[in-house]
Each structure stands twice: as C-alpha cells, then as structure tokens.
Design a protein around this ligand. Structure first.
Ligand code: HEM
Ligand code: NAG
Ligand code: NAG
Length: 492
C-alpha cells in the first residue's frame, strides 16, 4: 500500500472515529448498565473485524480468542461483521447456548448465505418444521441404516475413487470427489456418472460462493454462485419430479429422497421446492466438512509417524482377515479402537466448525452476565477443544489421549468435546461422518504409502483448511505383506 493511500485510510478511520465517538461513548455506558461481559467494541462499524482477520493470518489456531480470553476471561464482548457479538470460550456457557436453541437463542446466518442455501434449508429452519426435518435426517444417517445399507456404498465408492490414484494426488480434491459422490448416492441413489459429474461442476461454484461471504457479496464469484445454484436446483427438481411420479405409481427407492416422499407428518408431505432445498442443504453440510476432515487426518498422521504405524497395524489386521477384495463389514468398523481415537483427535484438533453463531431472542442472564435481546452470540467450540485446562498439551495431536477416557468428572474430555455441536441443532451427520472417515482411513493406509509432495500449511480463516489442498505422492502398497500377515493370523 502506498503512503498516500495509507494516509487516506488513516484519515478515513480517524474521521469515522471522531464522528461516531458520541455513539461509542453512549454504547460504553449502556454496556456498563447492563453488565455485559467485559471486552472491547473496537472502532464504530468495523469494530474488531480487522483485528479478527489479521489475527487469523498467522498459523496460531486461536489468536483472536486467546488474546481476549487472557485479558477478559472466557466470555467477552467484541464487535465483528457489523454487529456487537458476545464470544464464549466457556464450555458451560456453550452448552447453555446450544441447549437453549429455539427457546432463548436461534441460529442466525447472514442473508448472503441464506440465498445460497435456499429458503427451506435445514440450517435456516425454525420451530416444529426444523424438529421434523432434523429427526428425518437423523433417521436417514443413524447407525442401523449405516450398518444395513450405507456402509457397503461408502466402502465401494471410496475404493472406486482410490483405484485411479497414481503418483501425485491432490488429496483434498480426491476427498471432495469421494464425499460428493457418496452424498449423491445416499440422497438420490445415483452412482457416479456423467450426470453426477456435471452436477458436481455447478455445485463447486455454489460452494465457492460461501467462501466469498460475507465480504464480497457483490463479487462475480458470488453472482456465479447464485447462477450455479439455480442450475443445481433445476437438475435436482427434474429428479424429484421423475421420482415423485414413480412414487405415485407405488415405486420407491431406499434413499433420502424416498424417505422424504414417505414422510407426510401433519402437513401432508413436502413440496418439490422444499425437497430440493433440503437436498441441497444436506449436500452442502456434508461436503466441505467431511472432505476436510479426511485430508487433515492424513496430514496429522503423516506428521505423527508412531500414530500412523499403529493405525496401519490395526487396519492391516482387518484387511488380512477379510482378504484383498472383501468389503468392510459393520463388525470391522466397530472393531477399530485406535482408529476411533485418531478420529476423535482429528476432530478435536482440526475443529472444522470452529463455532456457531446464535442470536438471543430475549434478554438472557447467565453466569452473572446479561446478554441483551437481539445480540449475536458466538459459541466457540474450538477454543474449548484447544484449552489446556480441558486437554493436556491441547495443541498437540495425540490420539493416545483417548485410550483411557473412563473418567466422567465435570472436566472429563467427554463433557467438553463437541465437534458436532449440541442441543436441537446437533449435527445429524455425526455418525455418518465418523464412518466415512474410518472407511477412508482404512483404504488409504492398507492400499498406499505416501509422502507429502510439498510443504503445506494449515490455516483457520475463513474456514479450516490447508493452503495447497495437501498434495501427496502415493505408491500402491505391496500386497505380499498383507498375505504374509494373513498367513500368520491363519496359522494361529
Ligand atoms: C466432520 C464432519 C462434520 C462436522 C465437524 C460437522 C459439524 C456440524 C456442526 C458443529 C453443526 C451444528 C451447527 C449449528 O449448531 O449451528 C452441524 C450441523 C449440521 N450438519 Fe454437520 N458436520 C459434519 C458432517 C456432516 C455430514 C456428513 C452431514 C450429512 C448428513 C451433516 C449435516 C448437517 C446438517 C443438516 C446440519 C444442520 C442441523 C440443524 O441445523 O438442525 N454434517 N454440523
Ligand atoms: C470419541 O468421542 C465420542 C464423543 O463425540 C465418544 O462418545 C467416544 O467414546 C470417543 N471415542 C473414543 C475412542 O474415545
Ligand atoms: C492407558 O492405560 C494403559 C493400561 O491401563 C497404560 O498402559 C497406558 O499407558 C495408558 N495410556 C495413557 C495415554 O494414559
């Protein structure tokens, strides 16, 4: 930035500051009267948004919150993205916020995100409709369904994708392809084909729109995303119309769309538009989250060779028992104790969803603080997971810490570990995501060895991801070692 523009910027900031100082002073006294959590509202309008953004350009996972927690304690007031906001890094407060969804708080997303999601998406729904759709999603992604129905598809589609891996692989891109095709299969029973490929192309543009939020609502990325959303919605509508005809003739498929046709609740069924929004929301909710967690698990394991070795041993044993081609069974999934430690530790360190935004629907008093009606609240899940008081050496990837977690005291890891949120909006895909990650890990460690192709860095803003989509060089593993292992097990 030239010194001229710097001066203009400073001047603008200064004049903003001066002209609104009275508003600012008013807000300060206002705050004292209401016993808001301590904190700093920063400059008028911009508040602390610039500090927030610059803080997260570093590799430190929680600079903005760390800084303020050490100054003000775990609950503090700030001003970001145009609104005063109360931050909580306190597990008890977070639980209170999540549990009181729909009573004292409601989820609150910026308008730009609503446009992309569609009016009827689960994330934006409230009240009884939300309850109905949430439980419907749970009934489609719960363990009996996973066990009887979804696991076989997951196993097959993960394997199908990995069959084409040679040399350099952009791990995040592959994980995204896997996740997208898995979701389309689960929702609509489509196997990967030209139609799903085309859908994915448009869909990727919609997702890019999310990353341009909330800074560039007038940008071309955002406009393209809205156009792409229309195309994706049209493609989905055609499928819904076809399938509805089939359903009216007494045919149905065993997938999410089928479940939506069968569910008529009190309202006499869902409209096509509602169904399309709902499908799109599920596609969005599972895509980035699951593919990023797959990529980061591999990154953390690569950087922790002892953990990778132990995971390999566990998975090789399963593969040796099954033989080369057999699919994973539910019993195999249930019998991966160390892998489950790796899954939890990856969720804890990665914090794909760093926290959730809510809005107070009335004045709320909690822990000696008053949260005014209408204020934004941010419950930081990440700050709790990365706090030394809750997890020893909290910022180190250590899957073994999950091995002996029988303690159930108030600070036991189980009570503060909430990677999937909590309360009425707890992620309905939590079990599905765990199964997908476990199957992915099984096939990558039994099928390949790899080395990172380049240094890649974890960044946390605006979302958790690696800068270079984690490129690795893969090599198929020599199957003779499986056979030896299998022989030795059979000899026992
Ligand atoms: C590692 C993977 C995942 C993580 C970390 C994750 C995390 C979360 C979190 C924290 C929430 C709560 C948001 C809030 O309270 O405002 C949420 C909501 C949601 N998740 Fe996930 N999720 C994951 C994968 C999935 C998958 C695979 C699906 C597919 C079914 C899914 C579907 C949803 C839906 C539909 C919601 C909205 C629930 C509601 O508002 O009632 N998620 N997720
Ligand atoms: C992983 O975390 C879940 C809670 O999300 C817990 O129920 C489970 O027991 C944990 N697994 C291990 C191996 O600690
Ligand atoms: C867990 O317990 C076993 C035996 O009870 C012990 O050998 C191991 O060191 C413990 N691991 C941790 C991380 O505390």
């Amino acid at each position: 930035m030239g010194s001229n523009s710097m001066a203009i910027l400073l001047y603008t900031l200064l004049s903003l500051f001066v002209s609104f100082i009275s508003v600012f002073l008013f807000r300060r006294t206002d705050r004292r009267r209401r016993r808001l959590p301590p904190g700093n509202l920063g400059l008028p309008f911009v508040g602390e948004t610039l500090q927030l953004i610059s803080a997260y350009k570093t590799e430190n996972p929680e600079p903005f919150i760390d800084d303020r927690v050490s100054k003000f304690g775990p609950v503090f007031t700030t001003h970001i993205f145009g609104e005063p906001t109360i931050f909580s890094a306190d597990p008890e407060m977070n639980r209170f916020i999540l549990q009181n969804e729909g009573r004292l708080f409601e989820s609150s997303y910026p308008g730009s995100i609503s446009n992309l999601l569609g009016r009827h998406s689960l994330l934006l729904m409230r009240g009884s409709l939300h309850k109905r759709m949430h439980s419907l999603t749970m009934s489609f992604a719960n363990s009996p369904i996973l066990k009887d129905h979804l696991l076989a598809d997951i196993d097959r589609l993960v394997r199908l994708n990995m069959e084409s891996w040679t040399g350099r692989v952009q791990l995040l891109d592959e994980a995204k392809k896997i996740t997208f095709h898995l979701t389309v299969k689960q929702l609509l029973s489509f196997d990967p084909c030209e139609w799903t490929q085309n859908l994915m192309k448009e869909y990727v543009l919609v997702i890019e729109g999310f990353f341009s939020v909330p800074f560039r609502i007038f940008s071309s990325t955002y406009r393209r995303a809205i156009q792409a959303r229309t195309k994706v919605a049209e493609a989905l509508s055609l499928v819904v119309m076809e399938r509805r005809k089939e359903w009216e003739n007494g045919e149905n498929k065993n997938d999410m769309l089928g479940a939506l046709f069968n569910e008529d609740g009190n309202g006499g069924g869902f409209s096509d538009e509602e169904i399309v929004d709902f499908l799109l929301a599920l596609l969005v909710a599972g895509y980035d989250t699951t593919s990023t967690i797959m990529t980061l698990a591999v990154k953390f394991l690569t950087e922790t060779p002892a953990a990778l070795a132990q995971l390999k041993e566990e998975q090789d044993e399963i593969r040796a028992r099954l033989g080369k081609m057999e699919g994973l069974q539910w019993e195999d999934y249930k019998n991966m104790p160390f892998t489950q430690c790796v899954v939890n530790e990856t969720l804890r360190v990665a914090n794909i969803i760093g926290g959730v935004f809510r809005r107070a629907t009335q004045d709320v008093n909690i822990k000696g603080y008053a949260i005014p009606k209408g204020w934004k609240v941010f419950a930081s899940l990440r700050a709790v997971h990365l706090n030394q008081d809750n997890f020893k050496d909290a910022r180190t990837f250590n899957p073994w810490r999950w091995q002996n977690n029988s303690n159930t005291g108030p600070t036991s890891p189980m009570n503060v570990f909430t990677p999937f949120g909590g309360g009425p909006r707890r992620c309905p895909g939590y079990e599905l995501a765990r199964v997908e990650l476990s199957v992915f890990l099984h096939h990558i460690v039994t099928g390949f060895s790899w080395v990172p192709a380049e240094q890649d860095k974890l960044v946390f803003f605006p979302t958790t991801r690696t800068q270079k989509r984690y490129p690795i060089i893969v090599q198929p593993r020599d199957m003779s070692s499986f056979r030896q292992c299998k022989d030795s097990i059979e000899a026992k």
